[in-house]
Design a protein around this ligand. Structure first.
Ligand code: G
Ligand code: G
Ligand code: MN
Ligand code: NA
Length: 256
């Protein structure tokens, strides 16, 4: 397939790939608390290709570890360049795929990038989906998460609520944060079932001392519902779309 070869070329050159950043905010104050790094591929002929389209391709053709390593390396390098520029430092969260945990040397790649760029692990959060946590090929994930947290990384469960997992893992796993999937946010506040699910997740997370960040917040009405139900953190188009590094830098310049 031509596109796979193009992806190999893009990885080798690095120049067509970029990270876009979407801000995350404390809901009450609006304060910037972090950003999610989202991979983008600027294909020379096809234009911008979504990771939803090329990540499955990378997984099928054994390129996912390289792609994931590229993301880690770029995120850490950009964190370092922002520090050097004197910009305020907030954690960047990267998405980690199942195959990265299964096949890749994730831990050593993280360590190498952080040491090389002198970035503390506390500035690099890791987003894992529920399915990753339950993927048996990843082996016993518990000690690996413990070790990553001991190094200073924060760990979030991405797309929370959309997997088929049992809630009992929440009691057991060493994690910091739940990212409430935007599927539950979309129809707030009118949809009574979603409203019930969201307020129950928020109450449960408080009881478990887990932070919650609601994803896909697009409207003031959704934001207000989340605020009234005690959701501490938000991310979504209402606050910012994912934007290129240059735009995030401009934005960081405006932060106190
Ligand atoms: O940004 P966008 O909505 O197009 O992302 C589509 C999907 O691709 C989302 O599920 C997102 O989590 C995933 N994604 C974006 N960037 C990365 C990345 O760097 N690594 C992995 N594994 N997934 C990513
Ligand atoms: O699976 P994951 O949560 O990592 O996917 C994140 C993706 O969700 C991003 O690529 C981004 O494009 C998309 N996204 C972020 N905020 C919003 C939003 O407010 N509305 C919608 N529809 N998509 C969003
Ligand atoms: Mn994510
Ligand atoms: Na998500």
């Amino acid at each position: 397939l031509a596109l796979v070869n193009d992806l190999r070329t893009a990885l080798a050159k690095g120049s067509q790939l970029e990270l876009h950043y979407q801000t995350q905010h404390e809901l009450g104050s609006g304060v910037l608390v972090g950003m999610e790094a989202l991979l983008r591929w600027r294909h020379p002929e096809h234009g911008m290709i979504s990771p939803g389209d090329f990540i499955p391709l990378a997984e099928r053709h054994g390129l996912m570890s390289s792609l994931g390593n590229w993301v880690v390396e770029r995120a850490v390098a950009e964190l370092a360049s922002w520090r050097i520029a004197g910009l305020p430092q907030v954690p960047v969260w990267v998405n980690i795929s199942a195959l990265q945990l299964i096949q890749g040397d994730l831990e050593s790649r993280l360590a190498a990038a952080l040491v090389q760029h002198r970035v503390p692990a506390s500035l690099l959060g890791l987003e894992l989906t529920e399915s990753v946590l339950l993927d048996e090929r990843a082996g016993d994930i518990y000690p690996r998460l413990e070790a990553l947290r001991a190094l200073g990384h924060q760990i979030a469960i991405d797309d929370f609520g959309t997997g088929y997992s049992s809630l009992s893992y929440l009691k057991r796993l060493p994690i910091d944060k739940l990212k409430l999937d935007r599927a539950f946010v979309r129809a707030l506040p009118e949809d009574r079932a979603d409203a019930a699910i969201v307020s129950a997740v928020l109450a449960m997370a408080r009881g478990l001392s887990l932070e919650v960040i609601a994803e896909g917040v697009e409207t003031p009405a959704q934001r207000d519902f989340l605020y009234d139900n005690g959701c501490p953190l938000v991310q979504g188009f209402l606050f910012s779309r994912p934007v290129p590094a240059a735009e995030i830098e401009a934005r960081l310049l405006g932060e106190p």
